[in-house]
Design a protein around this ligand. Structure first.
Ligand SMILES: [Zn+2]
Length: 453
């Protein structure tokens, strides 16, 4: 594509965007106003990319006041370097809940009780309820993009702002996050004079050196924010092609290419979630984190194997189908807060984040804060799961303990195993290996057994 046709392309995008906005408003006056804007922009924009402002000054000011300042939490070991130029805004998904995201972004990634990085991993964090946190002053370089390239420019961290959306690349981005990120991006675009082509996701710009999955330098090192829909943040659709693939500097990642650059984009961005299948490999799900100790593989039999042990214990070609891949799992901090097999929905996690495709299965159980217990089949309102709902995946039950059916009959020889769970009338869930006295289980205790198949 020539320089000119690129401009044409983005001009078309901009025009279509103006029309999309127009459909949201009513009245002939608005229509005329938008036509006037498009006409003016067309005249000005030949040779550059488009931007269209969507928020009022009052909206931007109210938003800026609402940003929570967490700059003081930055790891003191992080070296602040002033950024010389700002060419891009990079959107990430944090692959974690709010608490751990804020901690990791400010303090650094932790492994085995020591920090591996020095923090400063983003300028802003956006929670699932839309609240925005300022984690590093925007004039400094954040360590967020790693090995990266766009249009021949490498080391994108040095010339970009990093925004973390709390959530998972295989999950959802909330409407409130889209509004906040749209506002934030517009403010930053005005400050740094950036158009919509400057807004990219981490998975768009990250690249990897040859590895066991791909022989050449390649896209696909990161899957970060591949579920980010530029248009939902009020931006023009993203680039029609990957400039580094086009120039032969990198080989494309088929999955990412189909998401970002396919001529007809799939209406849904769900791409197999975080569950291994014949088409959704560990590489597709985790990118270069596939063999990290912080990536956990939860096998269908319930065993959990960290990424760095998969080669030896299973073999990369023999990971069973339906294995769930969990990213950024620090020790003692698995997806959601977890007490053994019990996970807690908090920080705006969704059931999908934790259970993947299993979220609505009969073998997934939800323990609501008020005491109700329901299987995935029985839950109808997925958007409003209350905070502190607990869940278990891969279970059958409940079986009520009675005088005639004690735990030993229900659970057999596994009655006192860790994976056998007892739900008490006081709402506690106790593992079989922690129950003190099986002879004196109170009336109404429910037993949940790991489902074998
Ligand atoms: Zn990222």
């Amino acid at each position: 594509m020539t320089q000119c046709s690129i401009s044409d392309y983005f001009l078309r995008l901009m025009i279509s965007r103006q029309f999309a906005e127009r459909t949201r408003t009513t009245g002939f006056a608005n229509l005329l106003r938008h036509i006037a804007i498009v006409a003016t922009a067309s005249a000005v924009l030949i040779g550059s990319f488009g931007t269209a402002w969507a928020f009022t000054r009052a909206e931007r000011q109210a938003f800026q006041k609402s940003i929570v300042d967490r700059r003081a939490r930055l790891n003191p070991k992080f070296t602040k370097t002033t950024r010389k130029k700002t060419r891009f805004i990079i959107v990430h998904t944090s692959e974690g809940g709010l608490k751990s995201t804020l901690r990791v972004v400010s303090s650094g990634k932790r492994l085995r009780r020591s920090y591996r990085t020095k923090g400063g991993h983003a300028h802003y964090v956006i929670a699932r309820d839309g609240r925005v946190y300022r984690t590093l002053d925007k004039r400094f370089v954040a360590d967020h993009a790693g090995r990266s390239m766009w249009n021949g420019q490498t080391d994108i961290s040095k010339i970009s702002i990093g925004i973390e959306l709390v959530g998972y690349h295989y999950g959802s981005i909330t409407e409130k996050q889209y509004r906040s990120v749209g506002l934030l991006i517009e403010i930053l675009q005005r400050i740094y004079d950036l158009d919509d082509s400057a807004v990219l996701t981490h998975s768009q710009v990250a690249y990897g050196k040859p590895n066991r999955w791909v022989r050449n330098s390649h896209r696909g090192r990161k899957r970060c924010a591949k579920n980010f829909d530029h248009t939902k943040a009020g931006l023009a659709p993203t680039w029609p092609f990957d400039p580094d693939v086009k120039a032969g500097r990198l080989v494309a990642d088929p999955q990412l290419a189909s998401i970002y650059y396919a001529p007809r984009k799939p209406s849904s961005r769900s791409t197999g979630g975080n569950v291994i299948s014949s088409t959704n490999t560990a590489w597709n799900i985790a990118g270069d984190e596939y063999n990290s100790p912080t990536t956990l593989y939860r096998l269908p039999n319930g065993k959990v194997v960290p990424g760095h042990e998969v080669e030896e214990r299973i073999g990369w070609n023999r990971i069973p189908k339906n294995t769930v891949v969990l990213l950024n799992q620090e020790e003692g901090d698995p997806a959601g807060e977890s007490e053994g097999p019990v996970r807690r929905i908090s920080d705006g996690y969704t059931a999908w984040d934790i259970a993947g495709f299993d979220y609505n299965k009969a073998s997934t159980f939800y323990f609501f804060p008020r005491g109700r217990v329901a299987s995935g089949r029985e839950v109808s309102d997925w958007d409003e799961l209350p905070a502190n709902t607990r869940m278990i995946v891969g279970y059958r039950g409940p079986y009520e303990v009675t005088a005639r059916r004690p735990a030993g009959i229900i659970a057999g020889k596994n009655y006192n195993k860790k994976d056998t769970l007892y739900y008490f009338p006081n709402k506690k869930i106790i593992s079989g290996d922690s129950v003190r006295d099986f002879a004196r289980l109170p009336k109404g205790v429910l037993v949940f057994l790991p489902s074998t198949g």
